[in-house]
Design a binder for this molecule. Structure first.
Ligand code: MSP
Length: 639
């Protein structure tokens, strides 16, 4: 079965912003995901170039309309190319084949008896390219969708019999509960239809920048309503009305749209298709809006985020990851540089990047960069089961367009990988002549990384190629089948060193865009990479000793400090000032034993010399001292 995935076609009245990039990233991810699974996939994007809005924008820019459209359309195309968007076709509504297809559709609708001529009198919002009856206007004048002033339109027009399709539409929603995704958005369309559909004015005569209605109608002054023209792009791109060879891809698997244009896709478009006797798309995926500091982005507010600027500063794939991970599909999301940096540092750099670095480092140290998976199943059945469970859970999230849940779940693989290293401590096993076990753990983690890279590929195509290259395999349909479906282990890895994939970002890189970002940086997890692993000798540079507390007293005026005299088996006791007063009283300490860092440089705390430090562990329940399980002679070394 072939899959057909589309973005909306973007108006050419301005350059791409972060909202356009979001739709394009989701659609691209979905297309790549389907291709990885071996589906014959066609991914369409493009530009919407007709209508009053574009004509007026061109006039404002002092340019001839086609030239203006050419320039902005090229900017969209170039940006998607630069971002590596894997579209199969970039359609323009000014393409000759598209215009022919639209005229053909008009003729079919006429033949079906669905188009009639009348007179339109009402209000029109040029920005939304939408007609509104007076009853829907705000204060009798303003657009209920965008709030801009509407203009009065009184002109001859052809109408599409939308009302005729009311019942069929309602039936379709009812029998296809997943037609609109997420389901929570469906009621909007259902209620709109239930409140009664008026026939739709589908031609205009007061301007000329549009597809002319077919010559056969003999009414030259009419151009097509821009939404009829635009929606038809989804079939004209496959050759509808011209060369229909690619119409096999129809019906679309999913049309991705923003919530503001759901009505056009969930009501008008299916009605047009019913009129054309074409099957309906399987899903309309309506996503939420990206805001900036909680506010709608607009040129006048100067808060529009340019995807190019963000990608230049942080990398396009990091941006893709962020956008797809940050917001549940269908909900609004707020763009902040701080949130982006947090995800890069904690999820990409710490969880994924460091795991890869550790495997590269360990394979280099233990086995000359060769990893053999021969003992993985012997020592790690439990972890393999866990890993496979995660892999099996992923598909459904993509099917439901829940990219944030998909990524959240996928990240469990890195948690398993980091967890096994912590638990099995391969470096200890290497020292204890348990080389097979140590290498099995490294092999397990290499396999975890390989599978995770395959599944992350649709979201971060280039980055995962680098990971796959470091692990000496390729991401493609075959490796998807082997590693993810058949759950085979990669037998041998010939590891290659790669520079860190996600260097930590300490400071925001786009000063301008940070204006107004007030949320403070979150506390970061401490980095744990191979560079932070120490040799055993380094550990012994710290002198840890058992100490007996001889005396303890409170430090006046300090909420936190106690002053202790501790016997470390030396000639004289040591004075140690410790921040434990909130958790221990002096009598809890006298004549008890503690663990002491004995070779710290002395330091002054509230004017008192402190000659050592006590070992303690602190979590949300408070602090506790680390003490020997049985009494030991004061001064006994620990290690
Ligand atoms: N040309 C029409 C679509 C025709 S499809 C047959 C159009 N173009 S648009 O350029 O105005 O918008 C394109 C898409 O961008 C829409 O899906 C819209 O929802 C989306 N976004 C515009 N601003 C957005 C945000 N701030 N956030 C997320 N997406 C938003 O509508």
């Amino acid at each position: 079965m072939s899959k057909y995935i589309t973005t909306p076609i973007y108006y050419v009245n301005g350059e791409a912003h972060i909202g356009h990039a979001y739709t394009t990233f989701i659609a691209d991810t979905m297309a790549r995901y389907e291709r990885l699974k071996g589906e014959d996939t066609f991914f369409l994007t493009g530009t919407d170039e007709h209508g009053q809005k574009i004509e007026e924008s061109a006039v404002k820019a002092g340019k001839q309309t086609q030239k203006f459209a050419d320039e902005i359309s090229a900017k969209f195309k170039n940006l998607w190319n630069e971002f590596g968007v894997s579209y199969n076709k970039f359609i323009r509504t000014t393409d000759e084949t598209h215009m022919k297809g639209v005229q053909k559709a008009f003729e079919v609708m006429v033949a079906k008896g669905d188009i009639y001529k009348d007179f339109y009198e009402g209000h029109y919002c040029v920005s939304c390219e939408t007609f509104f009856p007076e009853t829907q206007l705000v204060d009798g004048e303003f657009c209920p969708d965008c709030g801009r002033a509407t203009s009065v339109v009184k002109e001859e027009s052809y109408f599409f019999k939308l009302s005729k399709y009311e019942d069929r539409l309602l039936k379709h929603y009812e029998t296809n509960p997943e037609f609109i995704m997420p389901k929570s958005r469906a009621s909007e369309a259902v209620n709109f239809v239930k409140s009664g559909l008026r026939d739709l004015s589908i031609t205009r005569t007061s301007f000329s920048w549009g597809v002319k209605i077919p010559k056969s109608i003999g009414d030259d002054k009419h151009v097509m309503y821009v939404w009829l023209d635009a929606l038809l792009n989804y079939v004209t791109a496959l050759g509808y009305g011209t060369d229909e060879a690619q119409m096999d891809y129809w019906p679309a698997g999913v049309h991705f749209v923003g919530k503001d244009i759901l009505r056009f896709h969930a009501i008008y478009w299916p009605a047009f298709l019913m009129s054309l006797d074409l099957p309906l798309p399987k899903h309309i995926g309506a996503h939420g809006w990206w805001t900036r500091d909680g506010e709608k982005m607009s040129k006048s507010k100067g808060n529009v985020v340019s995807p190019k600027e963000v990608a230049d500063a942080y990398g396009v794939e990091n941006l893709r990851y962020f956008m797809l991970r940050e917001v549940p599909f269908g909900q609004d999301g707020d763009f902040s540089q701080r949130a982006l940096i947090d995800r890069i540092n904690s999820e990409l750099s710490n969880d994924l990047g460091n795991l890869l670095n550790r495997i590269i480092g360990m394979s280099g140290k233990y086995s000359d960069f060769m990893i053999d998976s021969k003992d993985v199943e012997k020592y790690h059945t439990k972890e393999l089961i866990k890993m496979n469970k995660v892999l099996d859970s992923l598909d459904i999230f993509m099917e439901n367009l829940q990219t944030h849940r998909y990524l959240e779940e996928l990240w469990k693989l890195f948690a398993i990988g980091n967890g096994v290293i912590q638990e099995y401590e391969p470096w200890v096993k290497m020292k204890n002549n348990q080389e097979d076990e140590a290498l099995a753990t490294v092999g397990l983690v290499a396999n975890i990384l390989a599978r995770a890279a395959v599944m992350l590929h649709p979201v971060m195509p280039e980055t995962t190629k680098i990971i796959a290259n470091a692990l000496s395999f390729e991401i493609n349909q075959e490796s998807y089948q082997e590693l993810v479906v058949d759950k085979k282990l990669l037998k041998l890895f010939n590891i290659k060193k790669v520079p860190p994939l996600f260097p930590r970002i300490e400071e925001p890189l786009m000063a301008e865009a940070l204006k107004g970002e007030t949320n403070p940086p979150k506390e970061e997890k401490k980095e744990e990479d191979t560079d932070n692993l120490i040799e055993i000798g380094q550990f012994f540079e710290t002198s840890l000793k058992i100490g007996t507390v001889l005396e303890a007293e409170e430090v006046p005026k300090s909420k936190k400090l106690l002053k202790l005299q501790v016997d470390l088996g030396e000639e004289r006791s040591r004075q140690i000032v410790a921040g434990i007063k909130e958790f221990y009283s002096t009598k809890d300490l006298i004549n008890t034993q503690v663990c002491v860092v004995a070779n710290l440089k002395p330091a002054k705390l509230m004017g008192m010399m402190s000659e050592g430090m006590l070992l303690a562990a602190k979590d949300e329940d408070g602090l506790c001292l680390i003490r020997p399980q049985k009494p030991k002679k004061a001064g006994t070394p620990i290690g």
